[in-house]
Design a protein around this ligand. Sequence first.
Ligand code: ACO
Length: 434
Amino acid sequence: MENKVKNAGTARLEVAGRTVDLPVYSGTHGPNVIDIRKLYAETDHFTLDPGFTSTGSCESQITFIDGDEGILLHRGYPIEQLAEKSNYLELCYLLLNGELPSKTQFDTFSNEVRNHTLLHTQQDKFFEGFRRDSHPMAMLTGAVGGMAAFYPGAMGNEDPEERRISSIRLISKMPTIAARCMKYNLGQRFVDPQNKLSYSENFLNMCFSVTAEDYEINPILARAMDRFFMLHADHEQNASTSTVRLVASSGAHPFAAIAAGVASLWGPSHGGANEAALRQLREIGSLDKVPEFVKMAKDKSSGIRLMGFGHRVYKNYDPRAKVMQKTCYEVLDALDLHDHPLLKVAMELERIALQDEYFIEKKLYPNVDFYSGIILEAMGFPTKMFTVLFAVARTVGWIAQLSEMLEDPTQKIGRPRQIYTGAAMRDYAPITHR
Ligand code: ACO
């Protein structure tokens, strides 16, 4: 990756009687950054920023978010335009290569993705080691990490072609692994990929078809699945992506790094929020309980948060949530489920929260997970599968970010520092003297 930051002056810092001038850089969009790489060497001080609320970890040319304005761009293209006019595989190509593909490039890319959908038969045996009721995210983490054993040379720094094929393999095989996690939970036979189908159709077929009868893929549901994948494809340096970058920065096997990303995504503050949001809607259950629930969400001692609300970066409506809401109506229409009780609860929750002083003041708006759970539930996915679907979609983002990092000449192993407040140095006392 060619580094493209521009010089934008210096910031002067006075610390312990010394003055240092730190370089300031500007990017294409977004706030300028202060480069503190030399700070420790020049001042003998570290910075402290738990949760990285003011810290950039890398230069990136893939995705840009303006959280105040509610803008999300992939390689410069607004997510709303991509969601309406493009498709998931085209977006994958864009994220990985930086530009939209020509017709020939797109055909070649989709054919390649189709050609790598099968799993090694030994990989199918992994699943038998799990309990039937295992959380599919646990199975997914194990199965993706295990792929490192099948492709030992994958994506190493040295061979760009090996890295490219590994990217394709991951994008191709994630739906197959995810569908197997679902089938294993259900106690049903695994369904192999059908390469004549589109990416999303193939995934629905692997999840929902059974050998006993024909399964007809509803084109509206296939489009909704594709849109779900697009809306979750990448989101700059979030927890799971930063995890992938950090793990891979040590030179670890990239499939192991992606498995770590899956693990990070699982948490309810991140990708696990779609599962938690739907469980919460079920718990609320009816419209009359909504005001009481909102009251509890405002009371810290209740330990309850409105799942699917709030975001570290968006202090405005998450642009993905708007598209998700529209897709939600399309799916419920297609399935004749306009009166879906959970949708009614969700709409009331959103209405009350958006006019409540607490949520307005803290800039807490619905995020992408607020409506996605209703769509996935209506499509027939078990709640436990929701975060797995997010992981399938985010795989391309993880890979694009990982590849970018490996090509960045300034890349180093990630190694944060700390402020130590433990015991001061002391002498060991033998057990008889304690
Ligand atoms: N419900 C009620 N109060 C909330 C919520 C919420 N969903 N989210 C934040 N707050 C409050 C906090 O209590 C805090 O209040 P305070 O300032 O009085 O202490 C304030 O808003 C700021 O919250 P933080 O947790 O400091 O904000 P942070 O940026 O660290 O967290 C997060 C963002 C984790 C997304 C948070 O909003 C949250 O927990 N939301 C619910 C879970 C969720 O939907 N996660 C999905 C995120 S999107 C994604 O990963 C795809």
